[in-house]
Design a protein around this ligand. Structure first.
Ligand code: EPZ
Length: 419
């Protein structure tokens, strides 16, 4: 296992390019199962999560060709069983259920494992499948869905914590081949859900309302192959904007989509930083004394839960008292104990973190846990005194394409070593 050593104190400057979105690439790769014809997807990020998804597609019988960021998938046939040993590596594997149900009218997928950011149920996914006419059984650690025919239905997918992103994706991917019209109320409106809907419509699906809480899907007989460019990764973009706020003189991120980043740029300007936007790039720079912030994570277009840990790293050295409330995954605070090892002054009160800014953090040995918490620890190390040693960086490699190399390009003193 590798670890990352961050030597704090270097100021960051310059620009980096944002990769394609992990959370768009995963459901779009799964959607290629919906047709026998070849699908070509550009800007697929080079991550362990995308590798796992391609392994699953090959396990299901698809042919996969990869040339740097372009992947061509041809699922002339599609087996309907995704076993535990491939699924257990990545929770998002659950998003093959919808396309397999749509294509094969049955699917058996191992239930996703536990997750450090909190409970990850799929009850809303299954509710959607049942509404389309599928029988659902959970047995022996697998979820099995079966439907002699799928019929359009009106489905409300809103859960206790708001809409479900992969649940909306899954039900949409089953409904595109159902007979009749499906309406999904309480749908997730994330840009990644819109990207999937765009791809499905290129394949011949008839989906309206993407980006709103109400999707209308008119079922079609079959889908054909298509070509698609994955949208930029807004969470990678946000992570680098926060890196620039923590340790930057002026950091520019290119090949980004500013309209997907509004909640993040508003939070950074709320902290007193300057964020300049151009068509496909943003530049963050200090603009006087940073200010404390009250922040709550919400479903899109609200402040994303996937950026909460990174903001905690920034606010831990922002003078004053900041309050962060996590409304999507209330237990998503694995980073707090590790930031406190670096000298942060943070108290958890249920889903809320109260952060008293300290003058400076000190480097320490810390342990990565989930993808975004790990990135937050690297960011905290950028300005900490001394060396921060982040172990278990495979968490980072799941969702960030060469994070350490991109930070080095901006001037960070950061190295990856064998643990
Ligand atoms: C997606 O996960 C993302 N993953 C997550 O990003 C992201 O944090 C999350 O959406 C929220 O934006 C991918 O897209 C691969 P949800 P997903 O279903 O779809 C509850 C990252 O770091 N819920 O939107 O699994 C759930 O417990 C990852 O890139 C139910 O109750 O999340 C949570 O509280 C981490 N029942 C809330 O809804 C269900 O059936 C939102 O979860 C499904 C979800």
């Amino acid at each position: 296992m590798d670890k990352i050593l961050v030597h704090g104190g270097n100021a960051l400057a310059g620009s980096i390019k944002i990769s394609g979105s992990k959370n768009s690439a995963l459901p779009i790769l799964a959607a290629t199962l919906l047709t026998r014809e070849p699908c070509t997807i550009h800007r697929v990020p080079d991550l362990s999560d995308t590798h796992y998804m391609l392994q699953i597609l090959m396990h299901l019988g698809a042919q996969v060709e990869r040339a740097s960021g372009t992947v061509t998938v041809t699922a002339e046939k599609a087996d309907s069983v995704a076993p535990y040993d491939v699924v257990r590596k990545m929770r998002a594997s659950v998003c093959v259920l919808g396309p397999l149900l749509g294509r094969c009218k049955e699917a058996t997928v191992a239930l996703p494992g536990g997750c450090v950011i909190g409970d990850r149920p799929i009850d809303l996914h299954l509710k959607g499948f049942e509404a389309l006419g599928a029988a659902v059984r959970v047995e022996g650690g697998d979820v099995k869905v079966f439907a002699p025919k799928l019929n359009g239905a009106v489905i409300n997918l809103r859960g206790k914590f708001g809409p479900t992103v992969l649940g909306t994706d899954n039900v949409m991917m089953a409904a595109v081949l159902a007979e009749g019209t499906t309406v999904i109320e309480g749908a997730a409106a994330e840009p990644e859900v819109c990207d999937l809907a765009d791809f499905l419509n290129k394949m011949g699906a008839k989906i309206e309302g993407a980006g709103t809480r109400r999707l209308i899907i008119e079922g079609v007989k079959e889908l054909h192959g298509a070509e698609h460019d994955i949208i930029p990764d807004r969470i990678e973009a946000g992570t680098f904007l926060v890196a620039g706020a923590i340790a930057g003189k002026a950091v520019t991120i290119n090949r980004a989509e500013p309209k997907h980043l509004t909640a993040i740029t508003n939070a950074l300007t709320g902290c007193g930083f300057k964020v300049e936007e151009k068509t496909n790039s943003l530049t963050v720079s200090p603009n006087g004394v940073a200010k404390p912030l009250e922040l709550a994570t919400e479903p899109y277009p609200g402040f994303p839960t996937d950026m909460q840990a990174q903001m905690c790293a920034l606010l831990s050295t922002t003078d004053g008292i900041s309050v962060v409330t996590e409304n999507v995954f209330p237990q998503r605070y694995m980073h707090v104990a590790e930031l406190k090892r670096m000298g942060a002054n943070m108290q958890l009160e249920g889903p809320t973190a109260v952060i008293q800014g300290v003058h400076r953090l000190t480097g320490a040995q810390v342990m990565a846990s989930d993808l975004r918490a790990s990135a937050a620890l690297v960011l905290a190390g950028l300005k900490a005194e001394g060396i921060t040693e982040v172990s278990r960086v495979y968490h980072i490699d799941r969702g960030y394409e060469h994070l350490d190399e991109k930070l080095s390009e901006l001037g960070a003193h950061i190295e990856r070593v064998k643990d």
